[in-house]
Design a protein around this ligand. Structure first.
Ligand SMILES: [Zn+2]
Length: 125
């Protein structure tokens, strides 16, 4: 999809995160303290990205998951802001979601630190 189409489809703050690789303020997102059963989708294209079963209570200020839906996430090196980080992108629409860290407290050792603004949620029926 073209840039101007994303601009029409997304709210300005969503556009900033998803298409301009922005980061929402910590502890501000609607999914940070959200622990219902269901699936988290890409806020841009709707692809399923994370299950609530992999979400854990982190103190970092953003929704955190210890694994993703296989094949639906792309990881790439991100050296912006003078840091070496791993960027997390939606495999379908290449929107920015957040970053992956290897300091997770669960058995996978991974922490997908994801912006609430990059996600939609569907409760389990
Ligand atoms: Zn997407």
């Amino acid at each position: 999809m073209k840039d101007e189409n994303w601009k029409e489809k997304l709210a300005p703050e969503q556009y900033h995160v998803l298409r301009e690789k922005g980061t929402e303020a910590p502890f501000s997102g609607k999914f940070y303290q959200h622990f219902e059963d269901g699936m988290y989708h890409c806020g841009a294209c709707g692809q399923i990205l994370f299950s609530s079963e992999t979400k854990f209570d982190s103190d970092c200020g953003w929704p955190s998951f210890d694994s993703s839906i296989k094949g639906n996430i792309i990881l790439q090196e991100d050296t912006s802001h003078g840091m070496e980080r791993t960027e997390v992108l939606c495999s379908n629409c290449k929107s920015h979601l957040g970053h992956l860290f290897d300091d997770g407290p669960t058995k996978t050792g991974l922490r997908y630190c994801i912006n609430s603004l990059a996600l939609d949620f569907t409760p389990k029926k």
